[in-house]
Design a protein around this ligand. Structure first.
Ligand code: ZN
Length: 156
């Protein structure tokens, strides 16, 4: 059974393609497989940042977790593109700050698994505002909605 998401459902993209998801998957792997390569890792101290460090050092468990994240994110993006046919996708959040290699890897996977006619025209970027993108976007939307509401009610 897929992991429980903060929203109450199971198996959401958030469960696999988020910082908390990366840390959770690594902790689960460590609890299941107490192997020599991971014996010096203290489960309680695992964060997504430490998983990315282990990934860069070639730790097989971290590589497996990051591969799962990259595949989940790529399939999620392909599903979005196939459903909504967007022209542009902007990826934000803390995970994306770990370097352009994530974007490059996701783009390569998306191109491999998606329908070419739908995938090829889509531009995929990293958010310039980094991990604050969602917060700033939500705040911006409150001004947009407020202005629309005031306009519809004739308030200037
Ligand atoms: Zn969810």
């Amino acid at each position: 059974m897929a992991a429980l998401c903060n929203c109450g459902f199971r198996g959401c993209l958030e469960v696999f393609a988020s910082g908390t998801g990366i840390a959770r998957m690594m902790k689960e792997q460590l609890a299941l497989n107490n192997t020599d390569i991971s014996k010096d890792i203290i489960i309680e101290t695992v964060t997504s940042e430490s998983v990315f460090e282990l990934y860069q050092q070639g730790n097989q468990m971290a590589i497996s977790v990051i591969e799962t994240m990259l595949n989940a994110l790529s399939f999620g993006i392909v599903n979005l593109i196939h459903t909504f046919n967007p022209t542009t996708l902007i990826l934000g959040g803390g995970v994306m700050k770990n370097g352009g290699w994530i974007l490059a890897s996701v783009k390569e996977r998306v191109a491999r698994i998606g329908l070419r006619s739908m995938i090829d025209p889509v531009h995929i970027f990293r958010a310039k505002l980094g991990s604050d993108s969602g917060l700033i976007g939500a705040a911006y939307q409150s001004f947009v909605y407020k202005n629309q509401l005031m306009h519809s009610e004739g308030i200037e």
